[in-house]
Design a protein around this ligand. Structure first.
Ligand code: ADP
Ligand code: MG
Length: 344
């Protein structure tokens, strides 16, 4: 039998390969695979559903991930996908595969973090499943949300000329990870060394305890408009912008000078000899919202708190490009997180 390696398809290629050509059967299934959350019609309202999986050793390292933070993050990353549809999360289910390395007290910590996130975001933990694992901790969370039918924002509905906007702070989580990995190496070489992360608090926080941008969705409602397309930045700004571009059949033009980058991100990137814009474009796990706005709403979006206008959607033929601070144009390439790296 023929054997094809996963790496030849890449993560998105694999999902596409396995599900392409399969139609949904129920009229209530409004949106299946392909967006931040599935959309299901339930009476007058729409139900939104999104699932994420966190695997020890792949998504988190127990050496520097406090369980309370991990629990908080596991909930937040799922809520982020519901907000990315302009919806409101209401419930979550939590499934665990646990190795016997973990004690009851350790799992109490994990749940304390989960329940804290539930309280902060106003959602209920309503069920799940528990089993054992031979290799480590696996956490699967499903978030369920709701939205009015004409409130929902998809990835494939951006229009040429729309403004490209993002909520603040790109690339911080990626550098947080680099810092913790560096300190882990130092610690393993010499366990007496104390970690040096005081001036990197913001970055470490971005990685270990991210927040979902509930506040941005609330600002849309208050300002009385909605974006034309939206996605949350989990794989990296470049990769997630490409999802909007490909699905909307458009190109994009982004001004480097307008990409929101925190001062600590900027300084630390230089320390690591990485271009800060590379961190902002390719670092993942920011959980910010990336969205496009009809220019007729410029006056509303301009005054939104912590929202930055970075560029404009253009015709597909014009490509997906970055206009650098030096006045040059570069193609934006997605180096985002990809679980089964495609060999170029
Ligand atoms: P996000 O980054 O927003 O969480 P993903 O990139 O994980 O979204 O997934 C993109 C789309 O593919 C979503 O609609 C998701 O439900 C779907 N998907 C992911 N994995 C699978 C799978 N194994 N089978 C079917 N659909 C999947
Ligand atoms: Mg998403």
């Amino acid at each position: 039998m023929k054997r094809t390696e996963l790496g030849t398809l890449g993560e998105f290629g694999l999902i596409d390969h396995l599900t392409k050509g399969k139609n949904t059967q129920n009229p209530s299934t409004i949106k299946g695979i392909g967006d931040d959350a599935a959309v299901i019609k339930t009476g007058d309202k729409m139900t939104l559903i999104s699932t994420d999986l966190l695997v020890e050793g792949i998504h988190f390292d127990m050496m520097y991930t406090p369980l309370k933070h991990l629990g908080y993050k596991a909930i937040v990353v799922n809520l982020s996908d519901i907000y990315a549809m302009n919806g409101t999360p209401k419930q979550v289910t939590v499934s665990l595969a646990i190795s016997n390395r973990f004690s009851v007290e350790a799992l109490e910590e994990l749940y304390e973090g989960m329940y804290t996130a539930c309280k902060v975001y106003g959602v209920d933990l309503v069920g799940g499943d528990t089993t054992s694992s031979l290799t480590g901790l696996v956490i699967s969370v499903t978030a369920i949300g709701e939205a009015g039918e004409d409130q929902i924002v998809y990835r494939n509905t951006a229009k040429e000329g729309d403004l490209i906007c993002a909520s603040g702070d790109m690339g911080g989580a990626y550098l947080g990870l680099q810092i913790l990995e560096r300190e882990k190496q130092v610690y393993m070489a010499n366990p007496d060394m104390q970690p040096q992360i005081e001036d990197k608090n913001h970055l470490v926080h971005r990685l270990l305890k991210p927040e979902a941008r509930k506040d941005i969705i609330e600002q849309f409602a208050k300002a009385g408009f909605k974006p034309t397309a939206m996605i949350d930045v989990s794989d990296g700004l470049a990769s997630d912008l490409m999802h909007i571009c490909h699905q909307s059949n458009l190109g994009a033009f982004v001004e480097e000078a307008n990409v929101p980058i925190h001062e600590q991100t900027y300084m630390t990137a230089i320390d690591f000899r990485i271009d800060p814009i590379t961190c902002a474009l390719s670092g993942g796990e920011d959980y910010e919202l990336l969205f496009t706005v009809d220019p007729k709403n410029l006056d509303q979006v301009k005054y939104m708190n912590d929202v930055y206008i970075m560029g404009e959607m253009v015709a597909k033929e014009d490509g997906i490009q970055l206009h650098t601070k030096q006045g040059k144009r570069h193609d934006i390439i997605a180096q985002g997180w990809n679980h089964f790296k495609k060999e170029e």
